[in-house]
Design a protein around this ligand. Structure first.
Ligand SMILES: NC(=O)c1ccc[n+]([C@@H]2O[C@H](COP(=O)([O-])OP(=O)(O)OC[C@H]3O[C@@H](n4cnc5c(N)ncnc54)[C@H](OP(=O)(O)O)[C@@H]3O)[C@@H](O)[C@H]2O)c1
Length: 279
């Protein structure tokens, strides 16, 4: 009997790569997203594939999707909370409703699905949760306050769950990818109204982000992230937090090991936006 993995945001990017990898390694895969396309995963192992339409922002859709997984494969052995969206804009220019949308997907969506699966996993005494956060899940960054806030919230919640669930045989891993070429910025990134407005006081920041952070050197594709997610789903990642990619490892070391002032100066330099006035 193959083990079952439920992956959200499996229509593209890390989620799709993880679904393909899991199928190739013999898992039964429930691939969930708002635009479920079984065709994306066509190939060997399809008899072990359930392609699901699930909007993590809609509790009824989450419950219905989970029911379909349980009917087909039983209670999932691993759940990967990967669905996520981004939001570019200075704190002052991000509309409150856009900030709430971020939280609905990146935080409450993961919470909803996790809480729905937990009782059955607890009763069985086994299970793994993987939360796909970001290297921005432990640090703030100019122009990305909304996204950072959701990932910080997700990490705090997941870390608490790690403590609560361990005695019941349930593992929790937070995967923190650095920057990868998945199409996230083109497909899943909302922008605040001020972005693109030459009169915005943050126009230099947005220009710097466009050419630096987002437009920088070619990024790697996400295969190593899929490997890290699957390792965690198998319960073989020994760390609670698993940074993936050179930048993520460097930031994670910097955040916790370097002096805070040094870290903030370095980060501000990378974003081309200075945290302190130089007067
Ligand atoms: N790419 C990077 O550099 C990077 C770095 C750090 C962290 N991350 C994180 O990695 C995760 C995956 O991103 P990605 O890079 O693979 O980008 P992506 O290809 O754009 O994936 C985002 C996925 O989330 C799904 N999604 C969005 N809203 C949803 C909802 N309400 N319900 C269900 N599914 C939803 C999308 O599918 P549908 O539109 O079909 O629903 C899509 O499959 C995100 O959590 C992101 O924050 C990415």
């Amino acid at each position: 009997m193959p083990k079952t993995i439920l992956i959200t945001g499996a229509s593209s990017g890390f989620g799709l790569l993880t679904a393909r990898l899991a199928l190739s390694r013999g898992w039964a895969v429930a691939a969930a997203s708002r635009h479920a396309e079984a065709a994306l995963l066509d190939g060997p192992g399809n008899e072990r594939l359930l392609s699901l339409r699930m909007d993590v922002c809609d509790p009824a859709s989450v419950r219905e999707g989970l029911r379909a997984v349980e009917q087909r494969f039983g209670v999932p052995d691993a759940v990967v909370n990967n669905a996520g969206i981004g939001l570019l804009g200075a704190a002052e220019e991000v509309a409150p409703e856009a900030l709430r949308r971020q939280f609905e997907t990146n935080f409450f969506g993961a919470v909803e699905l996790t809480r729905a699966v937990l009782p059955a996993m607890r009763a069985r005494g086994a299970g793994q949760f993987v939360f796909v956060s970001s290297d921005l899940g432990r640090t703030g960054a100019p122009g990305l306050s909304a996204y950072c806030a959701t990932k910080h919230a997700l990490e705090g919640w997941a870390e608490s769950l790690f403590h609560e669930a361990a005695p019941f045989g349930i593992g929790v891993t937070i995967v923190e990818p650095g920057a990868f070429r998945t199409g996230f910025h083109e497909r899943s990134m909302e922008v605040a109204a001020g972005v693109g407005d030459p009169d915005s006081p943050y126009a230099p920041l947005y220009r710097s982000l466009a050419t630096g952070f987002f437009g920088g050197p070619e990024r790697p594709t996400g295969e190593i992230v899929a490997e890290a997610i699957l390792l965690a789903a198998e319960g073989r990642e020994p760390r609670l937090r698993a940074p993936v990619g050179e930048d993520a490892e460097e930031w994670s070391r910097g955040r916790f090991v370097a002096e805070e002032e040094e870290f903030i100066r370095d980060l501000a330099g990378r974003f081309g936006w200075h945290a302190w006035r130089s007067t």
